[in-house]
Ligand binder design. Sequence first.
Ligand SMILES: O=C(O)CCC(=O)C(=O)O
Length: 279
Amino acid sequence: MSEFTFSENFSVTEEIKSTFEVDGYIIIKSVFSQEELIKIQTAIGAKGGVREHAYDLDDGAGLKSKMALWNHPGDDVTGMVGKCEKVAGTMEKLLGGEIYHYHSKLMMKEAKTGGQFVWHQDYGYWYNNGCLFPNMGSVMIAIDKCDSENGCLQVIKGSHKLGRIDHVNVADQVMADPVRLEEVKKHLPLEYASLDPGDAIFFHCNVLHRSDQNRSDRRRWVFICSYNRADNNPYFEHHHPLYTPLKKVSNDAILTCKNVSDFTGKWFVEKSDNKTLSR
Ligand SMILES: O=C(O)CCC(=O)C(=O)O
Protein backbone atom coordinates (compact mmCIF):
# COMPACT_ATOMS: atom_id res chain seq x y z
CA MET A 1 0.00 0.00 0.00
CA SER A 2 1.64 3.26 -1.08
CA GLU A 3 1.78 5.80 1.70
CA PHE A 4 2.71 9.46 1.72
CA THR A 5 2.82 11.84 4.65
CA PHE A 6 1.10 15.18 5.00
CA SER A 7 3.17 18.16 6.09
CA GLU A 8 2.86 21.93 5.89
CA ASN A 9 4.73 21.83 2.59
CA PHE A 10 2.63 19.00 1.19
CA SER A 11 1.89 19.07 -2.51
CA VAL A 12 0.43 16.51 -4.90
CA THR A 13 3.56 15.34 -6.67
CA GLU A 14 3.84 13.44 -9.95
CA GLU A 15 4.64 10.33 -7.88
CA ILE A 16 1.41 10.71 -5.89
CA LYS A 17 -0.60 11.26 -9.07
CA SER A 18 0.90 8.30 -10.86
CA THR A 19 0.38 6.02 -7.84
CA PHE A 20 -3.29 7.01 -7.76
CA GLU A 21 -3.52 6.45 -11.49
CA VAL A 22 -1.98 2.96 -11.30
CA ASP A 23 -3.38 1.63 -7.98
CA GLY A 24 -6.62 3.60 -7.80
CA TYR A 25 -5.84 4.90 -4.31
CA ILE A 26 -3.22 6.42 -2.04
CA ILE A 27 -2.89 6.73 1.70
CA ILE A 28 -1.79 10.06 3.12
CA LYS A 29 -0.73 9.86 6.73
CA SER A 30 -1.39 12.53 9.36
CA VAL A 31 -3.71 14.69 7.28
CA PHE A 32 -5.45 15.72 10.50
CA SER A 33 -3.75 16.40 13.83
CA GLN A 34 -4.94 15.15 17.18
CA GLU A 35 -6.16 18.68 17.97
CA GLU A 36 -8.21 18.79 14.78
CA LEU A 37 -9.67 15.34 15.44
CA ILE A 38 -10.82 16.42 18.90
CA LYS A 39 -12.52 19.45 17.39
CA ILE A 40 -14.17 17.37 14.65
CA GLN A 41 -15.47 14.86 17.19
CA THR A 42 -16.93 17.59 19.35
CA ALA A 43 -18.68 18.99 16.27
CA ILE A 44 -20.05 15.56 15.30
CA GLY A 45 -21.79 15.29 18.66
CA ALA A 46 -23.19 18.86 18.68
CA LYS A 47 -26.93 19.33 19.21
CA GLY A 48 -28.79 19.23 15.88
CA GLY A 49 -25.64 18.13 14.10
CA VAL A 50 -24.28 15.17 12.23
CA ARG A 51 -24.73 12.46 14.82
CA GLU A 52 -28.41 13.21 15.31
CA HIS A 53 -28.98 12.38 11.63
CA ALA A 54 -27.43 8.90 11.84
CA TYR A 55 -29.39 5.78 10.98
CA ASP A 56 -28.75 2.03 10.97
CA LEU A 57 -27.49 0.18 7.91
CA ASP A 58 -28.32 -3.51 7.95
CA ASP A 59 -25.28 -5.47 6.74
CA GLY A 60 -27.21 -8.57 5.64
CA ALA A 61 -25.17 -10.70 8.06
CA GLY A 62 -26.75 -9.90 11.41
CA LEU A 63 -25.03 -6.65 12.39
CA LYS A 64 -25.52 -2.96 11.69
CA SER A 65 -23.40 0.12 11.10
CA LYS A 66 -24.61 3.65 11.62
CA MET A 67 -24.35 6.34 8.98
CA ALA A 68 -25.12 10.05 8.73
CA LEU A 69 -25.00 11.58 5.25
CA TRP A 70 -25.13 15.21 4.11
CA ASN A 71 -24.97 16.63 0.61
CA HIS A 72 -23.44 20.07 1.06
CA PRO A 73 -20.47 20.65 3.35
CA GLY A 74 -22.01 23.59 5.23
CA ASP A 75 -20.06 26.09 7.28
CA ASP A 76 -19.65 24.21 10.54
CA VAL A 77 -16.48 22.38 11.56
CA THR A 78 -17.51 19.15 9.81
CA GLY A 79 -18.00 21.18 6.63
CA MET A 80 -14.45 22.48 6.84
CA VAL A 81 -13.23 18.89 6.59
CA GLY A 82 -14.86 18.47 3.18
CA LYS A 83 -13.81 21.93 1.96
CA CYS A 84 -10.22 22.19 3.14
CA GLU A 85 -7.36 22.23 0.64
CA LYS A 86 -5.67 19.15 2.04
CA VAL A 87 -8.80 17.07 1.33
CA ALA A 88 -10.72 18.75 -1.50
CA GLY A 89 -7.67 20.37 -3.14
CA THR A 90 -5.80 17.06 -3.12
CA MET A 91 -8.74 15.18 -4.63
CA GLU A 92 -9.07 17.88 -7.27
CA LYS A 93 -5.52 17.25 -8.40
CA LEU A 94 -5.99 13.47 -8.34
CA LEU A 95 -9.16 13.68 -10.43
CA GLY A 96 -7.53 16.15 -12.79
CA GLY A 97 -10.01 19.02 -12.81
CA GLU A 98 -12.38 21.17 -10.77
CA ILE A 99 -14.48 19.12 -8.36
CA TYR A 100 -17.59 19.74 -6.28
CA HIS A 101 -18.79 18.14 -3.05
CA TYR A 102 -21.11 15.22 -3.83
CA HIS A 103 -21.72 14.14 -0.23
CA SER A 104 -20.01 13.41 3.06
CA LYS A 105 -20.74 10.63 5.50
CA LEU A 106 -19.90 9.71 9.03
CA MET A 107 -19.62 5.91 9.15
CA MET A 108 -19.82 4.49 12.65
CA LYS A 109 -18.96 0.88 13.39
CA GLU A 110 -19.40 0.49 17.10
CA ALA A 111 -17.35 -2.01 19.07
CA LYS A 112 -18.66 -5.61 18.86
CA THR A 113 -21.72 -4.65 16.79
CA GLY A 114 -20.51 -2.70 13.74
CA GLY A 115 -21.71 -4.14 10.44
CA GLN A 116 -19.74 -5.15 7.37
CA PHE A 117 -19.78 -3.48 3.97
CA VAL A 118 -19.93 -5.83 1.02
CA TRP A 119 -17.71 -5.54 -2.08
CA HIS A 120 -18.76 -2.63 -4.26
CA GLN A 121 -17.64 0.27 -6.39
CA ASP A 122 -19.11 3.64 -5.48
CA TYR A 123 -19.66 4.29 -9.17
CA GLY A 124 -21.68 1.06 -9.15
CA TYR A 125 -24.53 3.14 -7.71
CA TRP A 126 -23.50 6.73 -8.56
CA TYR A 127 -23.88 5.64 -12.19
CA ASN A 128 -27.62 5.43 -11.48
CA ASN A 129 -27.63 9.08 -10.47
CA GLY A 130 -26.93 10.38 -13.96
CA CYS A 131 -23.16 10.75 -13.54
CA LEU A 132 -21.90 9.86 -17.00
CA PHE A 133 -18.18 9.53 -16.33
CA PRO A 134 -16.38 7.78 -13.45
CA ASN A 135 -14.60 11.03 -12.65
CA MET A 136 -15.44 10.81 -8.99
CA GLY A 137 -13.68 9.81 -5.82
CA SER A 138 -13.78 9.65 -2.04
CA VAL A 139 -11.55 10.41 0.90
CA MET A 140 -11.92 8.17 3.94
CA ILE A 141 -10.52 9.88 7.02
CA ALA A 142 -9.86 7.82 10.12
CA ILE A 143 -11.25 9.27 13.32
CA ASP A 144 -10.29 6.10 15.22
CA LYS A 145 -7.50 3.68 14.51
CA CYS A 146 -8.71 1.39 11.71
CA ASP A 147 -7.19 -2.06 11.27
CA SER A 148 -8.15 -5.58 10.29
CA GLU A 149 -9.61 -6.24 13.76
CA ASN A 150 -12.16 -3.43 13.79
CA GLY A 151 -13.16 -3.47 10.12
CA CYS A 152 -10.80 -1.21 8.20
CA LEU A 153 -11.31 -0.61 4.49
CA GLN A 154 -10.17 -3.37 2.13
CA VAL A 155 -9.40 -2.45 -1.46
CA ILE A 156 -8.54 -4.33 -4.64
CA LYS A 157 -5.50 -2.72 -6.15
CA GLY A 158 -5.94 -1.61 -9.75
CA SER A 159 -9.65 -2.50 -9.79
CA HIS A 160 -10.58 1.01 -11.00
CA LYS A 161 -9.28 -0.16 -14.38
CA LEU A 162 -12.01 -2.80 -14.65
CA GLY A 163 -14.70 -0.31 -15.53
CA ARG A 164 -18.06 -0.39 -13.82
CA ILE A 165 -19.26 -3.80 -12.64
CA ASP A 166 -22.98 -4.64 -12.30
CA HIS A 167 -24.30 -4.44 -8.74
CA VAL A 168 -27.18 -6.08 -6.89
CA ASN A 169 -28.96 -5.01 -3.69
CA VAL A 170 -28.07 -6.81 -0.44
CA ALA A 171 -29.91 -5.66 2.71
CA ASP A 172 -29.16 -1.90 2.96
CA GLN A 173 -26.22 -2.09 0.54
CA VAL A 174 -25.27 -2.73 -3.05
CA MET A 175 -22.85 -5.52 -3.97
CA ALA A 176 -20.68 -6.07 -7.04
CA ASP A 177 -21.52 -9.18 -9.08
CA PRO A 178 -20.02 -11.97 -6.90
CA VAL A 179 -19.09 -14.27 -9.79
CA ARG A 180 -17.14 -11.53 -11.54
CA LEU A 181 -15.57 -10.51 -8.25
CA GLU A 182 -14.14 -14.00 -7.69
CA GLU A 183 -12.51 -13.80 -11.11
CA VAL A 184 -11.15 -10.33 -10.38
CA LYS A 185 -9.56 -11.57 -7.15
CA LYS A 186 -7.53 -14.09 -9.17
CA HIS A 187 -5.92 -11.23 -11.06
CA LEU A 188 -5.60 -8.32 -8.65
CA PRO A 189 -4.31 -8.15 -5.06
CA LEU A 190 -6.43 -7.28 -2.06
CA GLU A 191 -4.99 -4.82 0.44
CA TYR A 192 -6.04 -3.73 3.93
CA ALA A 193 -5.98 0.03 4.43
CA SER A 194 -4.83 0.25 8.04
CA LEU A 195 -5.10 3.85 9.17
CA ASP A 196 -4.10 5.72 12.29
CA PRO A 197 -6.40 8.47 13.48
CA GLY A 198 -6.01 11.44 11.13
CA ASP A 199 -4.77 9.37 8.17
CA ALA A 200 -6.78 9.33 4.95
CA ILE A 201 -7.17 7.07 1.95
CA PHE A 202 -8.09 8.80 -1.32
CA PHE A 203 -9.73 6.35 -3.72
CA HIS A 204 -11.21 6.35 -7.21
CA CYS A 205 -14.93 5.62 -7.56
CA ASN A 206 -14.35 2.38 -9.45
CA VAL A 207 -12.04 0.85 -6.83
CA LEU A 208 -13.64 -2.31 -5.42
CA HIS A 209 -13.81 -2.02 -1.64
CA ARG A 210 -15.41 -3.58 1.40
CA SER A 211 -14.90 -3.83 5.16
CA ASP A 212 -15.47 -6.51 7.80
CA GLN A 213 -17.78 -6.49 10.78
CA ASN A 214 -16.31 -4.96 13.88
CA ARG A 215 -16.21 -7.76 16.46
CA SER A 216 -13.41 -6.06 18.37
CA ASP A 217 -13.80 -4.01 21.53
CA ARG A 218 -12.69 -0.84 19.68
CA ARG A 219 -14.97 1.60 17.91
CA ARG A 220 -14.25 2.34 14.22
CA TRP A 221 -15.49 5.74 13.08
CA VAL A 222 -14.50 7.30 9.78
CA PHE A 223 -15.51 10.33 7.73
CA ILE A 224 -15.96 9.85 3.99
CA CYS A 225 -16.01 12.93 1.74
CA SER A 226 -17.02 12.24 -1.87
CA TYR A 227 -16.56 14.45 -4.90
CA ASN A 228 -17.63 14.66 -8.50
CA ARG A 229 -15.81 16.50 -11.25
CA ALA A 230 -17.50 19.76 -12.17
CA ASP A 231 -17.61 18.77 -15.84
CA ASN A 232 -19.48 15.56 -14.92
CA ASN A 233 -22.67 17.30 -13.83
CA PRO A 234 -25.37 14.58 -13.43
CA TYR A 235 -27.98 14.83 -16.17
CA PHE A 236 -30.96 14.67 -13.81
CA GLU A 237 -31.85 15.79 -10.30
CA HIS A 238 -31.61 13.11 -7.61
CA HIS A 239 -30.85 12.74 -3.89
CA HIS A 240 -27.30 14.17 -4.23
CA PRO A 241 -26.36 17.59 -5.62
CA LEU A 242 -25.87 18.68 -9.16
CA TYR A 243 -22.81 20.85 -9.79
CA THR A 244 -22.49 23.35 -6.95
CA PRO A 245 -19.25 25.36 -6.89
CA LEU A 246 -17.08 24.34 -3.95
CA LYS A 247 -15.47 27.18 -2.04
CA LYS A 248 -12.35 25.56 -0.70
CA VAL A 249 -10.93 26.80 2.60
CA SER A 250 -7.40 26.85 3.93
CA ASN A 251 -6.09 24.01 6.02
CA ASP A 252 -6.29 25.93 9.27
CA ALA A 253 -10.08 26.32 8.89
CA ILE A 254 -10.85 23.31 11.08
CA LEU A 255 -9.09 24.88 14.03
CA THR A 256 -10.21 28.45 13.39
CA CYS A 257 -13.87 27.63 12.64
CA LYS A 258 -16.10 28.71 15.50
CA ASN A 259 -19.35 27.34 14.11
CA VAL A 260 -20.40 24.18 15.92
CA SER A 261 -24.13 24.78 16.02
CA ASP A 262 -25.34 26.19 12.68
CA PHE A 263 -25.90 23.39 10.17
CA THR A 264 -27.78 25.49 7.66
CA GLY A 265 -27.64 24.23 4.11
CA LYS A 266 -26.04 20.85 4.79
CA TRP A 267 -29.01 18.97 3.29
CA PHE A 268 -28.91 15.86 5.47
CA VAL A 269 -30.20 12.81 3.58
CA GLU A 270 -32.38 10.73 5.90
CA LYS A 271 -32.82 7.00 5.35
CA SER A 272 -36.21 7.33 3.65
CA ASP A 273 -34.74 9.79 1.11
CA ASN A 274 -31.61 7.77 0.40
CA LYS A 275 -32.50 6.21 -2.95
CA THR A 276 -29.22 4.31 -3.02
CA LEU A 277 -30.67 2.05 -0.32
CA SER A 278 -34.03 1.41 -1.94
CA ARG A 279 -33.29 0.70 -5.60
O1 LIG B 1 -17.25 2.40 6.23
C1 LIG B 1 -16.77 1.49 5.54
O2 LIG B 1 -16.06 0.62 6.00
C2 LIG B 1 -17.03 1.42 4.07
C3 LIG B 1 -18.07 2.33 3.61
C4 LIG B 1 -18.23 2.28 2.14
O3 LIG B 1 -17.67 1.47 1.47
C5 LIG B 1 -19.07 3.23 1.46
O4 LIG B 1 -19.75 4.03 2.14
O5 LIG B 1 -19.10 3.23 0.22
